[in-house]
Design a protein around this ligand. Sequence first.
Ligand code: PPS
Length: 284
Amino acid sequence: MSSDYIWFEGMPFPCIGFDKEIIGKIRQSFVMREDTVILSYPKSGTTWLIEIVCLIQKKGDPMWIQSVPIWDRSPLLESESGYLKLVNKEGPRLMTSHLPIHLFHKSLFSSKTKIIYVFRNPRDILVSGYFFWSKTNVMKNPGSLETYFEWFLKGNVPYGSWFEHIRGWLSMREEKNFLLICYDDLKKDTRGTIEKICEFLGKKLEPDEMDLILKYSSFQAMKENKMSNFSIIRKDIATNGLQFLREGTTGGWKNYFTVALSEAFDKVYQEKMAGFPLGLFPWE
Ligand code: PPS
């Protein structure tokens, strides 16, 4: 049975595993410290980034990523279970979040927290989201890509509008504790992009350690890793047909959008993305 959302101040959240009191508490009192946060709008490459950061921390040793579920390694801050894992944890924390910038506690802006924001062509996000959310029970089933497309453009999907999410977070792009990673660049130059992440995190790797990271964070390796491929997700959240690592490509949306959908998307995109500098988004 698919249901509607949990709403927090006009923003839709998945209806299982989330609680609006917790979302409120994060903004009110979840003090950020010397943490590392992997931030994204859902379906932007979050899981890939988590796997890479975990492997960087372990210098390519796959033991951790192969024995601990991804949501325990880098808990999702705003989920009920993630919040409980993080709130009383001492020392620097690794966490994930899809929250928009205005729902974070103000300490984020004065702390030493390192933020890695991963973004992706919103057309690919839309298609990925359609196949993902349709196989879960955490939102109403759209029934067709056309319906999901309409919902996405209106922001009537989990975490609301992609356009607002990216505009909010990109306002931090000049800050030294903020790293912007594009899924499309990560695909094109995985090694070079991982090197950037290492530099940002202050980690130095030997060439053979980098080779191990490339090996264990590859699409195929992650697809086979039960701790990362969502095959052990709670059965009330996802149905059996869920394939989390679905295509893992850039530009795959072209196989799903009709000409009419593509034109409709471009129109909204141009209106909503006005004002960003040229060259920031590789798909433009
Ligand atoms: S979520 O639910 O928000 O955490 O999803 P997220 O991890 O952000 O995005 C899922 C998409 O990322 C793709 N993915 C990868 N692509 C390439 N290489 C690797 N290693 C990889 N890991 C995950 C995943 O396949 C989803 O994209 P689609 O287009 O659906 O395949």
